[in-house]
Write a protein that binds this ligand. Sequence first.
Ligand code: ATP
Ligand code: MG
Length: 448
Amino acid sequence: LVRIAIKSRQLPYSCPIFAGYFPGILEKIYCSIITIGDELLIGQTLDTNSAWMARELNRKGIPLRRRVAVGDEPDAITAALDEERRYSDVLLLTGGLGPTSDDITKEVLCKYFGTRLIVNEGLRQKLIRLFESRGLPLLESNLQQAEVPESCIIIPNEQGTAPGMWFERDGKVFVSMPGVPLEMEAMMTSVVLPRLTERFHTPEIIHRTLITSGMGESFVAKRLEDFEKQLPDAVRLAYLPSYGYLKLRLTGFSGGDISMKELVSHHFSMLEQQLGDILVASEDISISAVAGKLLAENRRTLAVAESCTGGCIANMLTQVPGSSAYFKGAIVAYDNEVKFKVLGVDRSMVMARGVVSEETVKQMAAGARELLQTDYALASSGIMGPGGASEQKPVGTTWIAIADGQELITRKFQFRFNREHNIRSASIQAILLLIERMRHPAESSNRK
Ligand code: ATP
Ligand code: MG
């Protein structure tokens, strides 16, 4: 009976008694995201809020049903609310809460829920204190941010001035948050997601991700044919290819107990075994973080000599917190004179073989290693396009080298993307070469 009642939604299944007695009964709820702002419709701002929210909601077992973007226009916002509530139990809105006249979400919501704006004294005091501490005059438009719809629950904004608002009507939840990504993310993490998982008894989604390199997606899929066949229905495998590497994700829906966690772990170990020779990492981290971990664990240091990548390798490596422990620095030897004078590359060799050549990257890597006194050094030289090609060296021709004091290993690549993607691919391949050299020092050799 309880099951039927719960299915037909006549009982408050968020009630802790039910959640406790029937841990297997989980609620399937759906969500819609409405992002608001003219800037989203003219392509001036990329809607990263939706992607971020979609990822976090999925992790919590709240699948996203629809995403829609609308302009700063009352009728459009109202129409979107009417439309999305037909599909979803939870409607998340971002944008249009600022103090300027184009920000109208609050007024629209007030009208939509038939309520009125009232001054929230706590918010007003907070605004006054904030502006005082910053030594700024408090304008009337700023003070308006202390006005909130009477019927909503206020979500505090720890990162900014506009509060978030939580409304409920006919069992559906409507949450309005600021458009500024950092402000929205803080509200989602500290208030909205915990409240949603408490309010609706949702399943937890368990993800485990690993990273491989050196084998194309279709070859990996062929190797995993038998593995995929024996996977239980509740566990799914996803392929996420990127430049130079491939991520594989196993996903399982947990019924609130630990068995699904164990089941996913069990299959994840099988996957790791099957892909041992091409495995780069058993967690969802960046390639630079993988390299950083290996360098830190082995107490090794790294320098970089970059021509065609123009500092991108160094940039990627220093995105990782704590990289100063192993990354010494980079020489962006873009002009040949820098290669000759700073890195000691042989001028006559470059004249004879060209700057995009195996010998050049070898000498660059050796020069950087010597100059910065590191265990490893990477080097890059290539033609990133759109210009600069010759018959023998088309756009995308790229040489990468690594020096480690014993050997100079090189790789040649032929990238076929635009300039931006060629640079990124070359940088990733350089970092992958470092990872390979550290993981399998005996096996890595020159490959063209
Ligand atoms: P605030 O109170 O801080 O002004 P707001 O709710 O008024 O916030 P908007 O004025 O709509 O937010 O947008 C603030 C900033 O956030 C803008 O720079 C905008 O480009 C950015 N932004 C808005 N919506 C999104 C989105 N969906 N994805 C990424 N960035 C966004
Ligand atoms: Mg706006």
